[in-house]
Design a protein around this ligand. Sequence first.
Ligand code: COS
Length: 381
Amino acid sequence: MDLELTEEQKMIQKMTRDFTDEKVKPLAAELDETSRYPQELVEEMAQLGLMGVAIPEEYGGAGMDNICYALALEEISRGCASTGVIMSVNNSLVCDPVFKYGNDDQKKWFLTPLAAGEKLGCFGLTEPQAGSDASNLKTSAVRDGDNWVLNGRKNFITNGAEADVAIIFAMSDPEKKHRGINGFIVEKDTPGLSVPKVEKKLGINASSTAELLFEDCRIPAENLLGEEGKGFRIAMETLDGGRIGIAAQALGIARAALEASIRYAREREQFGQAIAKFQAVQFMISDMATEIDAARLLTHRAAYLKDKGVSHSSESAMAKLFASEVAMRVTTKAIQVHGGYGYIKEYPVERHFRDAKITEIYEGTSEVQRMVIAADLFKEQ
Ligand code: COS
């Protein structure tokens, strides 16, 4: 793994950094305050190739590697974590599995508009009783002639309110347990699929977190994703990639908090000098920067392994675990550096703190990441 970025990686980093400073950052506080979906940003990101960064150009993507994807997502999330997760879900949890497991028709009809950002996707694995215990699905998929009939409920679905296409996992044969799970590509306007609820939440307010309800929702048999009975494996392998995205999002949030803290420490004077002159503040800022760097190295290693096509479950889990916990530590310190001003909405760090928390939870809690890492360490050789 080369520590120096390639020309292409530098190019996308600069492009997304400039786009974030010019377009994303100025909107972030308003988006958070009003919980408004950033349609205009998503449209511009589609033009920049950011909705399918690592998908080949022939399928509507930008044809870049996963380090490019992590760099771009870090920059976008530095401006607005909600916009970051909208991008992350579309790239990692929707385009990636359709590219990897979809047949030619599915790639043509679904992947191409999704990767081009003409359509938006969401990923439905979680159910009210199946969070960390992800194979305990109650949503059923019963074959009926040329259709599958879906019944059940999915919750906490990022992009659920706006998505045009959903990747849905459902149980077809409960006796087979996780081997009875299938993955499906479901168009959002399919009769029998509704969005009864959009959650109000602590952070990432501009991205929707919705419930999806399936009531005798009939989808064509050809919308089965991958082989029958392989749905759980598809979901797990997809999350191995998704966790790289969430690590990059956490990095972006942490960097935003670090940058705000450096700016503030230079401006704020106490006891007759800028607080940046005090070692207590310098040490906090040094720790923040060091942890962010370490988290980025883990994230890029996982992205590099994904690009090589080798197993990266444990490395992705380490990256997500570490980066999300770094984001919490860094945003907590950022508020401390800001003192009382860190606690009020005039400054951005309280938003970064609220946005950071979810990175320790979605796409597998920190505890699940530790389970994945431990399973790898203790596996029989
Ligand atoms: N890649 C490929 N296959 C995998 C895999 C991976 N990363 N992880 C598990 N599998 C396979 C196993 O090989 C096993 O397959 P077979 O029995 O067919 O050989 C099967 O899946 C079951 O594995 P395991 O027994 O380890 O599964 P568990 O039900 O114990 O689940 C955890 C393991 C907890 C790691 C998993 O359920 C998980 O990741 N939960 C969190 C889910 C999550 O991230 N939810 C967020 C929703 S999306 S926002």
